[in-house]
Design a protein around this ligand. Structure first.
Ligand code: MG
Length: 308
């Protein structure tokens, strides 16, 4: 049970640490390993962005309702955004929040954007609390991942991207970090879960790319953009190619460039769920903004899960 607690904390804190580190280097070029390390050392405080801010909202709402409540989660996002709108939100969520405040239903507003909804990675980036909370219930996880995505990202590729990221966190939570990691088994589990061809193909590419030294090749095949299908598979790759070290997985994710805060947040969520909170370097954890609050949310989520 202590191991499971460590995984809940590791996934939520892993999201925040990855996000905050990646945010300091967000840009559209690749950086090297030492650059990432040096930058992390220079910061006195690791400040997170919308990825973590929304994951906090997901956790708060799951805790409050002891499970998923779409309208409540949407209103939690809105309340949090109104308090801290400076977290680097994209243009979509604030428009949706205004629509919902204006009376639109929580599960209808997002469909009105971008002709059928967004397939950005915004619902996958915040999914860690759902991944750990439903880690032993794949059907429930899929449904809640889709429904929570509908609040802001209604496109099928956005919803499935969120579900894939949630299930990667779930599988990592369910896996014993003291046994040898088998990437083929992990990827097969994800492949059996996800339904969309785009994601099935990307999972095959991940398997082929393991061990690839050319980062440009990885980015070319998996992507490093803001679309869910160009970032969720990339985060999964960063984890499966560095399963034994949170630090290596997250630094590698950032070194790929592109949407670094979100790809590092998602990588950190999976790696933290697998290896537990102890795997996150202390020098990063101690600098993380609102660390105790985020840990407290993970702790409460775990307690609710334990009570059943
Ligand atoms: Mg962000």
């Amino acid at each position: 049970m202590e191991a499971l607690r460590s995984k809940f904390l590791g996934s939520l804190l892993g999201t925040a640490v990855g996000d905050a580190l990646g945010a300091s280097l967000e840009g559209w070029h690749m950086v090297d390993y030492n650059e990432v390390q040096a930058l992390a050392e220079k910061r006195s405080l690791l400040i997170y962005t919308d990825d973590t801010h929304m994951a906090i909202g997901v956790a708060e709402s799951l805790i409050e309702n002891k499970g998923f409540n779409g309208e409540h989660m949407a209103n939690t996002f809105i309340g949090n955004y109104d308090l801290e709108p400076y977290r680097g939100y994209g243009p979509g969520p604030p428009r949706i929040f205004r629509m919902i405040k204006g009376g639109e239903a929580w599960d209808k507003a997002a469909e009105k954007l971008y002709g059928g909804g967004s397939y950005g990675n915004g619902s996958a980036m915040r999914i860690a609390p759902i991944g750990v909370f439903y880690y032993d219930n794949p059907d429930g996880l899929r449904e809640v991942a889709y429904e929570s995505s509908r609040i802001t990202h209604a496109h099928e590729l956005g919803k499935q991207g969120a579900a894939l990221q949630a299930y990667a966190v779930a599988l990592a939570t369910a896996s014993d970090p003291f046994s040898p990691f088998k990437s083929a088994d992990f990827l097969r589990g994800l492949g059996n879960f996800i339904q969309h061809e785009v994601y099935k193909e990307k999972l095959k590419s991940i398997e082929r790319l393991i061990g690839e030294e050319d980062k440009a090749r990885v980015v070319l095949e998996l992507g490093n953009g803001i679309e869910a299908f160009n970032s969720v598979p990339t985060a999964i790759y960063c984890f499966v190619s560095h399963p034994r070290s949170f630090e290596e997985a997250v630094v590698y994710a950032i070194s790929l460039g592109g949407d670094t805060d979100t790809i590092a947040a998602m990588t950190g969520a999976i790696s933290g769920a697998y290896l537990g909170i102890e795997s996150i370097p202390e020098r990063w954890k101690e600098k993380l903004e609102n660390r105790l609050y985020i840990e407290g949310l993970a702790e409460r989520l775990w307690r609710i899960k334990r009570q059943g």
